[in-house]
Ligand binder design. Sequence first.
Ligand code: PHE
Length: 451
Amino acid sequence: MHGQWSSRLVFILAVAGSAVGLGNIWKFPYVAGQNGGGAFVLVYLLCVFGVGLPIMIAEILLGRRGRRNPLSTMRILGREESGSTRWQWVGLMGMVCGFLILSFYSVIAGWTLHYFLLAVGDSFAGADADQIGQLFDGLVGSVSSQALWHSVFMAVTTLVVARGLKGGLEQAVRIMVPALVAIMLGLLVYSITSGDFARGVTFLFRPDFSALTANGVLAALGQAFFSLSVGMGAVMAYGAYLPQQESIVQTSFAVVSADTAVALLAGLVIFPIVFANGLDPAEGAGLVFQTLPLALDQMPGGTVVGAMFFLLLAFAGLTSSISLMEPVVAWLIEARDMSRAGAGVLCGTAVWLLGFLTLLSFNVAADWKFLRGTWFDNIDYLTSNILLPAGGFCITVFAGWVMSRESSAEEIGFSSGWVYTVWRMLARYVAPIAVLLVFLNAIGVFADGSP
Ligand code: PHE
């Protein structure tokens, strides 16, 4: 039998903990930077509120109605609502997707742990942009450092998941996430006073549509799914533990707003530093690690603040990584009769091994390129830009079209009123059509032939 969250606040914290993570602080700035800034950010915001929000509501409502792991939930609800168990494939796809995401997520979380130690050791002192860049190159070039921290992060993730959700982690989110935001506000003050703030703001918020490609639009959609943790069942698995009387819509809205605020805050901190130091906004996956140390070095109390920042970031990653693993683990427990500990260890070990492919793709296997680039490039593209949107598409089609109006209204708590109407419109039309159009656009269906 499934446990339940002890209160609505705990549930909100858990979903917010899943959403807020490396996606906001590490990934959002660098993907926005690679795709030209403003126009990407605008499309991202449209995707978050027009597509991600209704899908998050759909996921939680399905999870709470099914009360099981995503695969069983989709099978049971599919049978109830349409007489077909085929919908379970959506749950399976989500579990595979979470597994793949975690395999690289853990490597990046490992980077933040390494940076925690660098900060403690005062390694950023007096360094210029070149030297900070060398620190980063040194890390990604080293198999052993990355292997160490990747292993530490996976071990902690496994431990937490194996012990179960009631480990006090939700309470910790209550302190750690606000603390992370507080440090970022401090960094924002630095960016405003010492960075090229005007240029950073212009870059982030003035849309230049000529800088946005069809693949950039897909990247914005993918980033929205990734950052909100929707499309793979993480939120669905959490919804399964939500008490019946709690409001799904309010919770989702709060989480989506908070997640977006943190991402924008990260962008506002990072880009002024990028421009003030003549760095390249399109630098790629190392962007945060190559910019923040510069600010931390020059800030009063930067050593302590820096150490805390990277530790809290790793913690934010941990509350996301456990949600990536929860669907598979819940499925192994419920459908395969495994113990929570056994399921956690099995899954954690497999993800840990797979993570080495990502880790090596930054050094010895950096030249091994196919399709989109290195192994990391491919796994990132496959999960964020294909699997999450595809999963989200299926989920919203199911909740909007397959599920009866009575069922969804019952879960949401009301069927009349504009909130329900707006959600249903978004879930039935806007979200699925937007995902389809972005996919078609990315494969070149609307291209007019000009380069
Ligand atoms: N949302 C998390 C982040 O932004 C990553 C994540 C993706 C977590 C998908 C769960 C599911 O860091």
